[in-house]
Design a protein. Sequence first.
Length: 266
Amino acid sequence: MKDFFSDRTVWITGASSGIGEALVYEFVRGGSRVIASSNDSAELKRVAESCIGMKGSITSLPFDLSESAGFDEMVGELIKKEGKVDLLLNIGGISQRALIKETPLWLDRRIMEINYFGTIALTKAVLPYMISNGGGHVVATSSISGRFGFPLRSAYSASKQALHGFFETLLLEHKSDNIKVSVLIPGRVRTNISFHALTASGKEHGKLDEGLAAGITPEKAAQQIIRGLRKNKREIPVGSKELLMLKIRKYLPGLFFRMAGRMKPM
């Protein structure tokens, strides 16, 4: 059987930290050709230097998910250089720490532009090349907050829930084109996502939330994701015991809302 990593061109957004960075190392170590992207060129350089000596290769391609107008041209140039993209991992995104009543509409739009429109714009730009190449695998990153609401996460939760509708439809429409689709559902993972989460003023939250501090490591998250991708799972929960909330919300909604109402917003 063909190795999961061999002869693969893998594009990973959000690759300069957290889960994205951990996935870069997994794929390069396994022998894949990785395109690593984020909006932080300096950190991408650090990640690339950390891959020196590994079995595969890495190319850095910095860009901003909120500036999707140039994605078609960027992807076209990438395909000319790399030939194909077998696996697109949409990991990049931004979180939120603000009450609905305090969140200006421009901030809702900002979060939606990055998490939803940026993700689907890149996917739409890559999709025709995957189809012409005989297939591919597209991964989107949701959240447990993409399956239920949570205090201080209104726009974030909405953007992640929207991804489920888009990518489930993508799977249904293009299954005959050999397009595989997986949606990641991370719970608590010890990344810097809360540091960069936007407050009501648009400034960064600037600290590690207590819940995330107790989460699994990005390395463990990456391993869970790889196992799910190997099995071609449509949804891949990532985390630990907090993932039980997904089942409680689905099967015991009354209990969920009682529990959620007592949760500390942070």
